[in-house]
Design a binder for this molecule. Structure first.
Ligand code: ZN
Length: 359
């Protein structure tokens, strides 16, 4: 009945707070002599971010390919790379600089460094047995809440299953929220990713599995999202800081989503669509289920001049529609959270496929 809830241990907030990283790492004594492993979104390969980090010659820097969302095979590959580099040593810390894909990769690799087997063995709830190395998140994109959530989401192509490693051991130990890092994010991507927090939170608040603390966090995160996305400039410095905090709170509130995320997962599995954009499409065909939020979301799109072009599922085969349905309906917990235990009577195969056809 009662779950012992864990939150992120330490956090730093504010413009320029990245400069505190060196001090944070110095406090990790005596393991300081051990190497750190830095995971940076491949976007930074041609930027100056790495040169601004306290990288030591004995550290490892990995650029994470985020063209597609993390897969079980991809995570296993990064785990192999990290293990070969460590050669039996323990890392002082694993650090992630990026959005949800990079942070989730770092979280999952952490679990695999201290637990046997492969990532597909840990997709589910509380399957991880041993604590991961110390992990630090520095989000450079706001919205997924990966910096504070207890999951690391991976796609298992063989099983057509998008499911996270849900565990207290998956969580980061330290988060650094420096809004300067989101200044160069493209506007569309900033919106699609940022709105993920709004969706997590309203799905949680309109569901049946609730608790007062999660509700409080979700309500505040939604309030901050509205201040960002209903404003004239969602990317002004103060709005970027607000969105970063919304994401941080939203990640803590993300436990039980509703019907947006399952439909979104189907799109990611079959069409390899990124999570934030897939969420936008998913909500765009659920006016009947979330009328109030649908309306507000449409106003935000209009206000920020963000396009959501129609016709993304128009030329698909029967098999692809079936895969979209199956990749969605498998998420029983969130679907029943919103629609009740008989969710399959509402989300019939026909009903769900019609929604994809409307996108
Ligand atoms: Zn999400």
């Amino acid at each position: 009945m009662y779950r012992n809830a864990k939150n992120v241990g330490y956090y730093l907030i504010g413009s320029g707070s990245l400069a505190q990283l060196e001090g944070v790492l110095a406090k990790l004594k005596p393991s300081q002599a051990n190497p750190c492993i830095y995971f940076l979104d491949h976007f930074f390969e041609h930027q100056d971010l790495a040169s601004r980090l306290p990288l030591q010659p004995h550290d490892l820097l990995i650029y994470v390919d985020t063209t597609d969302e993390p897969t079980t095979d991809g995570v296993d590959h990064y785990r192999d790379q990290a293990k070969a580099f460590l050669d039996g040593r323990s890392p002082a810390a694993l650090l992630a600089f990026g959005g949800g894909s990079t942070m989730d990769t770092c979280k999952c690799v952490g679990n695999l460094l201290t637990n046997p087997g492969n990532s597909c063995d840990y997709q589910g709830w509380d399957l991880v047995q041993h604590a991961a190395p110390y992990k630090i998140a520095v989000p450079t994109l706001s919205g997924t809440g990966s910096e504070t959530s207890r999951t690391g989401i991976v796609m298992n192509q063989a099983k057509n299953l998008k499911l996270g490693m849900n565990s207290d051991f998956t969580m980061f130990d330290q988060v650094i929220l420096d809004p300067d890092l989101t200044a160069s994010v493209p506007r569309n991507q900033y919106f699609y990713t940022g709105i993920d927090t709004y969706m997590h939170c309203f799905e949680s608040l309109t569901g049946s599995y609730r608790n007062v603390i999660v509700d409080a966090l979700a309500e505040k995160a939604i309030d901050l999202c509205k201040r960002v996305f209903l404003s004239d400039d969602m990317m002004s410095p103060d709005k970027r800081e607000l969105l970063m905090i919304a994401s941080f709170l939203g990640g803590m509130a993300a436990g039980f989503v509703g019907t947006v995320h399952p439909i979104s997962a189907g799109l990611s599995m079959v069409l390899h669509m990124h999570h934030g954009l897939a969420n936008c499409y998913a909500l765009s065909v659920q006016e009947d289920i979330y009328p109030e939020q649908y309306k507000e979301f449409m106003t935000m799109l209009e206000k920020q001049k963000i396009a959501l072009p129609k016709g993304i599922c128009k030329d698909l085969t029967e098999e692809q529609y079936t895969a979209l349905y199956e990749g969605s309906i498998v998420h029983e917990k969130p679907l029943s959270n919103r629609l009740g235990p008989n969710f399959k009577q509402i989300f019939t195969k026909d009903n769900v496929i019609k929604r994809f056809q409307q996108m």
